[in-house]
Design a protein around this ligand. Structure first.
Ligand code: NAG
Ligand code: NAG
Ligand code: NAG
Length: 726
């Protein structure tokens, strides 16, 4: 395929951009199941909510009153499709001339609807270009379809991800304007803790040359290209970097030349998700002092130097509802499209905001009131608004809409196959034939093919591990997660050998937050954390009979040691600790011998950073863990709820060397387990129907600041009208 993500481009690759586009005839098949399954290992981890996402891109006409029959699904119902953008007519013409028409022999006139969007098919994010011929969308062209049409659709992946070595993330909104495809990727490592690798790239359609537009040492998100294509605006960390924010990022808005990233200048302090109204006007969102998310407008000076001083910023949308992720259409000065969260609805909806009358016009609530609709965009002729939402379960069992129990992801490390699992705290039995996991509330087991799912413990529990010697013994912590030292949590063992009545045995008895059990390789001992002294420290107890038959304190101090795992060779225990700065929320990984000697730090994610959930590799030489080491890949408000959107999966060798990032996304990845054998790299579907779309919008958007406080107290001089009562 196509354009490279490497920088700088080699001339030979430029040619391939133009020649290696593909028209997909059907759902792409993957080649990652080619491995034999003989050697290697696997890592299985959890991603909050992700396996519930079945996003497709939909659109509604703007002129007519919104109705169910007028809503058109543009994308194909495969995988997860989101962050759409209607390309500019000149870009379409260029793209078609260089690829479709010349290479594939298509006809010169463009079809009725074109879209670019991010898709996660085959586990990787890529940017696709679709041309859509649809009877219901454009009845006037029914029967006059192109020779290129395949199921009413031409579909082209725009990026060659093999060259990015599976390190790409396209989480942000792409745009195809003028001569350039502009997008964000995270594939260039920063080598610095708590530093985002999100950077904006442009690929020139004529030459196929890809350039990084973001300076090194800086993270850019949410790019928007001006109507002429000349300028790109981004939300950027600038030099100050990520401070650990997970709600609103403290980004500023910068503008630079799309051509090469030069003439970069900060235009707005504090703002995100820019969208150009015209060559001199930017709309963006910001959480104001009154705590409402609102749209603001920045007017750049016509002459003279551009800086935050010369740019005039005005608030556009009133307090009383959260308004964010604005979208514009070139030349249209009448309205913008926005996402809203109103105090009267628990769902995120798309609305238009009239810039003349300052009135909202609701769109999606009138069509599907109980779905979340995200990240709107407007067609160049301002007749349609697009957005993504969950498509739901359409085609029933066995279809691409079936929920996955294991999703295979391309792994950047060839000898490790990588999977997302539909459950938390997964652990495999020593023989690799069973998986235990948590699905709040309760502990479950399944076979690796998704069959024989069964609940083995019905109350709230977290973390699972298996006894390495005694068959069918699972350890877990019974009680609530993230609780204080004195909360009643006890280690239990669950004997699953009696299928009808799993036998539960309580191994700790004091109920002082005893959690994260992990057995020694001989099955004699369990290491766990306990809050019994008022601090969470590590202890070792008898595996079979619990603390009454033997208990030893392993670590001691006024801090939290937690999430411990015993190495397969018995030599080490790895754990997370905040002892560097107790109570700060920062966690580092430490190693200690089971006899209490040899304590040392394994890895830390900068000052105040998080490294959690450590688990040993089967050879005991590496550890897989979750960390905020790579900061955040996209503005969290552009996604559904993730408590820790920075969570990514990493591995590191026991001497602290060879840090590798395994996941690239803007979701919360966590609780990895390192499986001793290589699981065949294919997706596994739940054998029974499970509902999709059961994810939540950002919890912190439920906070609706008091209206009085918001509207009048903080903005006494602000004048605005509002046609909608809040
Ligand atoms: C595409 O090709 C057509 C016909 O060859 C030509 O008229 C048009 O100018 C081309 N468009 C671009 C943007 O190169
Ligand atoms: C503690 O255990 C380590 C690893 O097993 C061993 O090398 C060391 O000699 C032990 N130290 C003591 C004091 O027993
Ligand atoms: C509001 O307007 C008055 C009079 O124009 C001015 O004196 C005052 O400083 C303004 N207050 C704010 C918060 O801008």
């Amino acid at each position: 395929m196509s354009l490279a993500l490497k920088e700088p481009m080699k001339p030979t690759l430029l040619v391939s951009f133009l020649l290696h586009f593909l028209v997909l005839l059907s759902h792409a098949t993957t080649d990652h199941d080619a491995d034999s399954g003989s050697s290697g290992t696997s890592i299985v981890f959890t991603t909050l909510g992700r396996l519930d996402y079945a996003f497709d891109i939909f659109s509604l006409p703007i002129q007519n009153p919104p109705s169910e029959t007028r809503e058109t699904k543009i994308t194909d119902g495969q995988s997860v499709n989101f962050n759409g953008h209607f390309p500019s007519p000149s870009s379409i013409s260029l793209l078609r001339n260089r690829t479709l028409i010349r290479t594939v022999g298509g006809r010169p006139d463009a079809p009725p609807l074109q879209l670019i969007y991010v898709t996660e098919r085959d586990g990787l994010s890529n940017i696709y270009y679709d041309e859509v011929y649809s009877d219901d969308l454009f009845p006037q062209i029914a029967g006059k379809r192109s020779a290129l049409e395949v199921r009413n659709r031409v579909q082209i992946p725009l990026l060659d991800l093999k060259q990015s070595e599976h390190r790409a993330s396209m989480k942000d909104k792409p745009s195809l304007t003028g001569d350039y495809l502009v997008y964000v990727s995270t594939h260039e490592e920063s080598g610095e803790a708590r530093t985002s690798t999100a950077a904006v790239y442009s690929t020139e359609l004529k030459s196929g040359v890809t350039r990084r537009l973001t300076p090194y040492g800086v993270a850019d998100y949410s790019p928007s290209v001006s109507p002429s294509g000349d300028w790109t605006a981004v939300a950027s960390y600038g030099p100050k970097g990520w401070q650990g924010e997970v709600e609103e990022l403290s980004t500023d808005i910068y503008v630079f030349l799309t051509r090469d990233g030069t003439q970069r200048v900060k235009v707005v302090e504090h703002g995100g998700w820019p969208a150009w109204g015209d060559e001199r006007t930017l709309y963006f969102h910001r959480r104001g002092e009154d705590k409402w998310w609102s749209i603001y407008r920045a007017i750049l000076p016509k002459t003279g130097p551009i800086s935050t001083e010369s740019v005039v910023v005005e608030r556009v949308t009133p307090p009383g509802l959260h308004v964010f992720t604005p979208a514009t259409s070139p030349g249209n000065k009448k309205f913008i499209a926005v996402a809203t969260r109103r105090p009267t609805s628990q769902f995120r909806h798309i609305e238009l905001f009239d810039l003349k009358t300052n009135e909202f016009k609701e769109l999606t609530r009138l069509v599907s009131p109980k779905s979340h609709h995200l990240n709107p965009f407007i067609s160049p002729d301002a007749t349609r608004v697009g957005y993504h939402r969950c498509r739901g379960q359409e085609n029933g069992r066995g279809s691409s809409n079936s929920k996955l129990v294991l999703q295979n992801l391309p792994s950047p490390v060839p000898e490790i196959s990588l999977f997302r699992i539909d459950g938390s705290f997964p652990s495999f039995s020593p023989a690799g034939d069973r998986i235990a996991y948590v699905d709040f509330p309760g502990v479950y087991i399944i076979d690796p093919d998704g069959q024989n799912r069964r609940q083995v413990y019905e109350a709230t529990a977290f973390s699972t591990s298996w006894d390495p010697v005694r068959k069918g013994i699972i350890y877990t912590s019974a009680g609530p997660e993230f609780a204080t030292v004195s909360t009643e949590v006890d280690i239990i063992s669950i004997d699953i050998n009696d299928v009808d009545q799993p036998a539960v045995k309580k191994l700790t008895t004091n109920g002082k937050n005893n959690a994260f059990p992990s057995a020694s390789p001989d099955g004699k001992w369990i290491v766990f954390r306990s809050g019994r002294t008022g601090y969470k420290n590590l202890y070792i107890m008898d595996a079979e009979n619990g603390e009454k038959s033997g208990l030893r304190r392993l670590t001691e101090g006024p801090w939290s040691d937690t999430m411990c795992n015993w190495s397969p060779d018995g030599e080490w225990i790895v754990f997370a600790s905040d002892r560097d700065d107790p109570g700060s929320g920062g966690f580092e990984l430490y190693l200690i011998h089971p006899n209490g000697t040899g304590l040392r730090k394994l890895i830390q994610s900068g000052s105040g950073g998080r490294t959690n959930h450590p688990w040993f590799s089967p050879d005991g030489k590496s550890v897989v863990f979750t960390s905020d080491y790579a900061a955040i890949s996209a503005e969290p408000i552009s996604n559904p709820h993730h408590y820790q959107p920075y969570g990514e999966i990493f591995t590191v060798k026991l001497d602290g060397s060879d840090l590798r990032r395994l996941t690239h996304n803007s979701y919360e990845d966590g609780t990895p387990f390192w499986v001793p054998k290589r699981i065949k790299a294919v997706d596994v579907v739940w054998p029974e129907d499970k509902p999709l779309c059961e994810f939540e919008d950002l919890h912190w958007l439920n906070e609706m600041p008091s209206q009085l406080f918001g509207a009048k107290a903080r903005f006494p001089n602000m004048t605005y009208q509002c046609g909608v009562s809040f």
